[in-house]
Write a protein that binds this ligand. Sequence first.
Ligand code: SF4
Length: 122
Amino acid sequence: MTTCGAVFVVDAGGCGGCLRELRLLAALDPAAFGTCATPRHATVLAATGPVTHQMANPLAQAAAALPDGTPVLAIGDCALDGGAFRDSATVLGGVGAVVPDARAVPGCPPTPDQLRAALGVR
Ligand code: SF4
């Protein structure tokens, strides 16, 4: 088993489907999928949903607090470009609008295998 370390999750908007998949993964394999309460000790940041205007600053602050070189994953189609919510007045855009080098994990929601691969969990 390979662990993915400590995942700091930011739900930036959306329907909660991608967040639920991440939570299920953590519940089913807690030894492999660790979460942490602060981005300062995270080994990866997983952001779900489109980024609402309200969540843009909290996401930017979380990304800025990560240790240098910590990857940011944009989980789900909404996190890529706003997805189903892209035309909403409350939505700024995808995670890339706040964290330009975020790595995309497409899907609505992504499959458990896609999430495990993106997080480096085997
Ligand atoms: S990508 Fe799909 S499952 Fe994930 S937050 Fe958007 S609508 Fe929900």
